[in-house]
Design a protein around this ligand. Structure first.
Ligand code: ADP
Ligand code: MG
Length: 232
C-alpha cells in the first residue's frame, strides 16, 4: 500500500443539484484518499460527475453532505477568507480551456497567483520565468495567450498552477482541447513535474489511454468512484 502522507481525504461526499422541482443526484457517496506526490486519473463518461467532484475537492462547489480534508483541514468548515487562501496557496487548477488572462504575457499569467499571495514581485517573476523555462517556453515569456498555440497555452496554465508550490493540482480534461501529440506531451509534463516537485495531481479525463499513464486510475460511475481493473 501507499506509505506516502495523505494530502486530501474525501469522505462520503454526496452532491445533489436543486433547480425548482427538479433534483439531480450527481454524487451518491464518494470516498477518496490522495497521497503526496501521486498521480491519479479519474475517468468516466460525460455527465458522470467528474467535474462536480473536482470542484468540491477544490472548494469551488459545496458538497451536499460529507467532508473534504486537505492536509488535515476540513475545507468546508473554514472561513471564506481561509478557503480563498488555501485555494491560492495549497491548490492549483488546470482547466480544459486555459483561462489565461488574455491581456497579460505568459510570464505575468504564471506569476499572477504569486502576486495575489502578496509575494515579492521581482522574485515571483523570476520563479515564473524558471517555471516557463521548465515547461519548454523560456522563449515565449512575453507572448500573450493569443500568440501561443493550444499546447503552449496549456503549458503556461500548468506553470501557473505550480507557481505557489501547491500540495495538490486539480486538472479537468487538461488535454481535452488539444490534438493527440500535444495532449501526450502535456501529460508527460504533468508526470515529470509531479515527480520532481512532489505535488499530487488529480486529473479528470475521458481519455483512457492517457489515464493509463498515471499511477492510479479510478472511474466515476453511478455517483461513486470505482477501481479500474489493472491492465499493466
Ligand atoms: P462530467 O464532468 O463528468 O462530465 P459534471 O460533473 O459536469 O459531469 O456533471 C454531472 C451531472 O450534474 C450532469 O448531469 C450535469 O448536468 C449535472 N450538473 C452539473 N452542474 C449542475 C448544476 N449547476 N445544476 C444542475 N445540474 C448540474
Ligand atoms: Mg466535466
Amino acid at each position: 500500500m501507499n506509505k506516502q502522507p495523505v494530502v486530501l481525504e474525501v469522505n462520503k461526499v454526496t452532491k445533489q443539484f436543486h433547480d425548482g422541482e427538479t433534483t439531480t443526484k450527481v454524487l451518491s457517496s464518494v470516498d477518496l484518499t490522495v497521497y503526496q506526490g501521486e498521480q491519479l486519473a479519474i475517468v468516466g463518461t460525460s455527465g458522470s460527475g467528474k467535474s462536480t467532484l473536482l470542484h468540491i475537492m477544490g472548494t469551488l462547489d459545496v458538497p451536499t453532505s460529507g467532508t473534504v480534508m486537505l492536509d488535515g483541514e476540513d475545507l468546508y468548515q473554514l472561513s471564506a477568507a481561509r478557503q480563498a487562501e488555501v485555494r491560492n496557496k495549497d491548490l492549483g487548477f488546470i482547466y480544459q480551456f486555459h483561462h489565461l488572462l488574455p491581456e497579460f504575457s505568459a510570464l505575468e499569467n504564471v506569476a499572477m497567483p504569486a502576486f495575489i499571495q502578496g509575494r515579492d514581485k521581482k522574485q515571483s517573476l523570476a520563479e515564473a520565468s524558471a517555471l516557463l523555462e521548465r515547461v519548454g517556453l523560456g522563449h515565449r515569456l512575453e507572448h500573450i495567450p493569443a500568440q501561443l498555440s493550444g499546447g503552449e497555452r496549456q503549458r503556461v496554465a500548468i506553470a501557473r498552477a505550480l507557481i505557489n508550490k501547491p500540495k495538490l493540482v486539480l486538472a479537468d480534461e487538461p488535454t481535452g482541447n488539444l490534438d493527440a501529440s500535444s495532449g501526450d506531451s502535456v501529460y508527460e509534463l504533468i508526470r515529470e513535474l509531479a515527480q520532481q516537485l512532489g505535488t499530487a495531481f488529480v486529473v479528470v479525463t475521458h481519455d483512457y489511454k492517457l489515464a493509463a499513464k498515471m499511477d492510479r486510475q479510478l472511474t466515476m460511475k453511478d455517483g461513486v468512484l470505482q477501481q479500474v481493473a489493472e491492465e499493466k
